[in-house]
Design a protein around this ligand. Structure first.
Ligand code: DAH
Length: 339
């Protein structure tokens, strides 16, 4: 039995020296000191010893148990200390490492141009009005004096949700919504997204942007329209910019005009950008048609107004000197980064 006890001591000691985790330590404790452990079962056999043998073996056995208990305790302390220091090393933070700098984005070039246009008109005392992109046929066409079979619906073919609901083809329906909800004096711009079922090419896209303008009050004349457009064109394209009106037809204005500005590249002498014309068309405009005022409950005998609708892409192409509006929608970061 003496040999057995010494053998247990030697074996346990060897195993303890190889332990690397606290959990293994517990396994060793159970293996030797547990209820069914090796040392425990040796001690249980002590009943078979003679009275002379018993004290010496008992002492030895207790000595082995005390030894194992204290070695297990000691090893545990060592392991815990070791594990803690590993953890501290792993979690150490080097406060001297430079921080990660986050790349800051910026507005899309179209938004930049929209904002700039808005700023100019806000500066002239205009308010901003908005309307839905999914619009009733009534607001997009009918109320603007474009009945169901009017030929000008052809150039504004769009996406129909049903017979009476369309994706708006221009921002002009917001004019009607504003005039219905508010009495003159009215002075608003309506920026927003617009839709037409056009094939995509360098100057066309099924989704594009417009800014509408509407002024209604007593005594508004074509002179007010021209003056306003001159201020606008000069702020956006520079002091030397000239404005030219060409007679045109829109069902919702009378008289109507298309408006050109002198070329922002050559100043009017003719170049590639203006196709040697010296002028570049940027918007449609006119005096609000009496029928349109009437539909909105505004007396055309008392009030008059002007309106205009401006293509944002067209202006952005000019301002940034770009020749293909598809670039605006492709979300290519190499393009967008340049603004
Ligand atoms: N809505 C027209 C279009 O998209 C542009 C336009 C022309 C707007 C004359 C107006 C206007 O307000 O008076 O082609």
């Amino acid at each position: 039995m003496k040999d057995q006890l010494n053998a247990i001591k030697i074996r346990a000691e060897k195993e303890l020296s190889q332990v690397t985790a606290v959990q293994e330590l517990e396994n060793i404790r159970v293996k030797y000191l547990g209820k069914k452990g090796e040392l425990t079962s040796v001690l249980r056999g002590m009943g078979a010893l003679t009275a002379e043998e018993r004290p010496a073996i008992g002492q030895l056995a207790n000595g082995v148990r005390a030894f194992l208990e204290s070695r297990i305790e000691e090893t545990k302390r060592k392991l815990v200390r070791h594990e803690r220091s590993l953890l501290l090393q792993k979690e150490a933070i080097d406060v001297t490492i430079p921080g990660k700098s986050r790349a800051l984005g910026h507005r899309h070039p179209l938004s930049m141009v929209m904002n700039e246009i808005e700023e100019v008109f806000l500066g002239m005392g205009y308010e901003i009005a908005e309307g839905p992109e999914v619009e009733l046929d009534y607001y997009n066409f009918e109320a603007l004096n474009i009945p169901k079979n009017h030929p000008s619906r052809d150039v504004q073919d769009t996406f129909y949700v049903d017979d009476n609901i369309v994706l708006r083809t221009h921002t002009s329906p917001v004019q009607i919504r504003v005039m219905e909800s508010k009495k003159p004096p009215i002075k608003v711009i309506c920026p927003g997204r617009t839709y037409r079922s056009d094939e995509v090419d360098a100057t066309h896209s099924p989704i594009f942007h417009q800014v509408e303008g509407l002024v209604v009050d007593k005594g508004i004349t074509m002179g007010d329209l021209i003056g306003t457009l001159q201020v606008f064109a000069k702020s956006l394209f520079g002091e030397k910019t000239k404005v030219r009106l060409r007679p045109h037809h829109f069902p919702f204005t009378e008289p109507s005009a298309e408006v050109d500005v002198s070329c922002w590249v050559c100043g009017g002498t003719g170049c590639r950008v203006c196709k040697n014309e010296g002028w570049i068309e940027i918007l449609g405009s006119g005096m609000v048609h009496p029928k349109v005022l009437e539909v909105c409950g505004i007396d055309p005998e008392v009030y008059s107004g002007f309106a205009f609708g401006l293509g944002v892409e067209r202006v952005a192409l000019g301002k940034f000197n770009i020749d293909d509006s598809r670039l605006f929608y492709e979300n290519d970061i190499r393009f967008l980064k340049q603004f």
